[in-house]
Design a protein around this ligand. Structure first.
Ligand code: BG6
Length: 497
């Protein structure tokens, strides 16, 4: 469904996508640009240069993008609407691993700016394999010093995809390379989950509702579950994924961001700095659950058949699934387990947070004297915040079954965002690109958050020797290894789906 246009004035700019023929550009970036264009949210003087290794003409490139957009955009394909955007797109063949390519890249951008973007604003998007981030950052820097004359007055911003490093050390050196070329305020570090509408809605649900805010602590909450499940495997990303695994690919970034938003202290004022500081403090207080030993609190899984995927080592033990039991060492959350899980080739695609409230123990006696059956196990209050595929909030509470005398049954209040507002939330990448053009950083990770998250993940690996942890096999299309179910059932709990 097409969303209502809500044009904002954005400064004209040239977006240069390194990795312009790659998967990310085809599946996410080009559709996001098309959607923004259709909604009138791109500046009139916007143009794009795709940089890729293969030889092809700009016309060929435009046709490839058109095909990708028609397959991946949720906006209906519209040839007529595409034409004016297509005219603003060019292709440049260059080998970005070769420093000698950069003067030519610079020259091309400069010529392009002269005809299309006199303001000279430039937005670089690094949509390439992570091992190319550091040399790319460095070469953009070299080119800057040796060709200062060809720069105009405009701003230069860089958007960089995750993974931001593969551990604390590599993340620090990448950050150093980027900061040698760009001011920190011009570096937009992407965690695309921060572009998901419902993540920001969690803050509103928590803090702007009297019925939830006072209960958001260990007096009332029994446990919190965060699930990001995918129903697809690793596709053609074997060489990256096999070196990375689910813990570093998903937990270090997306799930920790979700956890931080769910559990951080309320910001005293609605300022970005305060939100970032509170998220930072929260991430600093996260620990692996201190009891029972790591083998019970970290479950690694691997889907059957993973070893036969392209570019995966024959006997790889890389985890395609991880479930964790975490603790937050502060007074609000002491004693409340946070269960996180993520995996590939699971039963369905979904991202959600479920807050399980404590049973109303103090009121049992009143319910029992009223003749109600309180032992049937259904006395739960669950608040589920659904981020994808559909967005919504479901609250489960207890009622007396109509026409029964003493039977208590669960009932739900179900808010479906699309049903209520008849709109799809913008795709994460649309919001992120528009924000970077606006110079708005609220939906990007700060360096400090990334650093803290790596400290946590590296710390867990080092303290508990996780590198040797066995991955339990699971069948594709299930919810992961049985050991992850046991982790909860041992506590009388279950994963909510
Ligand atoms: C990426 C991971 O950051 O997020 C991928 O590298 C994963 O492995 C993807 O598939 C999931 O994103 P989404 O938006 O589809 O949940």
């Amino acid at each position: 469904m097409r969303r209502g246009a809500n044009p904002v004035t954005l400064e004209d700019c040239t977006m240069v996508i390194f990795g312009g023929t790659g998967d990310l550009t085809k599946r996410k970036l080009a559709p996001a640009l098309f959607n923004l264009h259709i909604e009138g949210k791109l500046p009139p003087g916007f143009s794009m240069i795709g940089v890729g290794r293969k030889e092809k003409s700009s016309n060929q490139y435009r046709s490839e993008l058109a095909k990708a957009i028609s397959e991946h955009s949720f906006e209906t394909w519209d040839e007529e609407a595409w034409a004016p955007l297509a005219e603003k797109i060019d292709y440049l063949q260059a080998d970005i691993e070769e420093p000698a390519s950069y003067p030519r890249i610079r020259e091309y951008i400069a010529e392009h700016n002269t005809s299309r973007n006199p303001l000279g604003n430039e937005l670089y998007y690094l949509a390439v394999s992570p091992h190319l981030f550091p040399p790319l950052a460095e070469n953009l820097g070299l080119e800057k010093t040796s060709h200062t004359g060809s720069f105009t007055q405009g701003w230069r911003r860089v958007m960089i995809e995750k993974p931001f490093g593969s551990n604390l050390e590599t993340a620090r050196s990448l950050n150093k390379a980027l900061c040698a070329t760009f001011d920190d305020q011009n570096i937009y570090r992407i965690d695309h989950y921060l572009g998901k509408e419902m993540l920001h809605n969690i803050l509103v649900v928590r803090f702007i509702n009297t019925v939830f805010e006072p209960l958001w602590n260990n007096t009332y909450i029994d446990n919190v579950q965060i699930t990001v499940a995918e129903n697809e495997g690793i596709g053609n990303r074997g060489s990256y994924y096999d070196r990375t695994g689910a813990m570093r690919d998903m937990i270090q970034s997306h799930l920790l961001q979700m956890l931080a938003v769910v559990a951080m202290e309320p910001p005293a004022k609605a300022s970005l700095d305060e939100v970032i500081n509170n998220k930072l403090s929260l991430i600093s207080a996260v620990r692996l659950w201190p009891e029972n030993g790591p083998a019970r609190n970290v479950i690694f899984g691997q889907y059957e058949g993973y070893n036969q995927e392209n570019d995966v080592k024959e006997n790889s033990t890389t985890e395609t699934y991880v479930a964790l039991k975490l603790a937050i060492d502060n007074s609000r959350w002491r004693g409340v387990p946070f269960y996180l899980r993520t995996g590939k080739l699971l039963q369905e695609k979904q991202a959600r947070v479920t807050i399980q409230f404590k049973k109303p123990a103090g009121h049992h006696s009143a319910a029992i004297s009223a003749g109600l059956d309180v032992e049937n196990g259904n006395l739960l209050n669950l608040l589920t915040l659904k981020m994808q595929p559909s967005e919504g909030i479901v609250f489960q509470f207890n009622i007396k079954k109509p026409a029964s005398v003493d039977e208590i049954v669960p009932a739900t209040m179900d808010f479906c965002q699309q049903c209520a507002f008849q709109i799809n939330s913008p795709e994460a990448y649309e919001l992120l690109i528009a924000d970077a053009i606006k110079g708005e950083k609220a939906r990007f990770s700060s360096w400090e958050e990334i650093e803290k998250a790596w400290q946590l993940i590296d710390g867990i690996y080092e303290c508990y020797g996780l590198s040797g942890l066995k991955s339990h096999l699971y069948k594709p299309g299930t919810w992961g290894p049985a050991e992850a179910e046991d982790m909860l059932s041992a506590q009388g709990l279950q994963w909510w789906v």
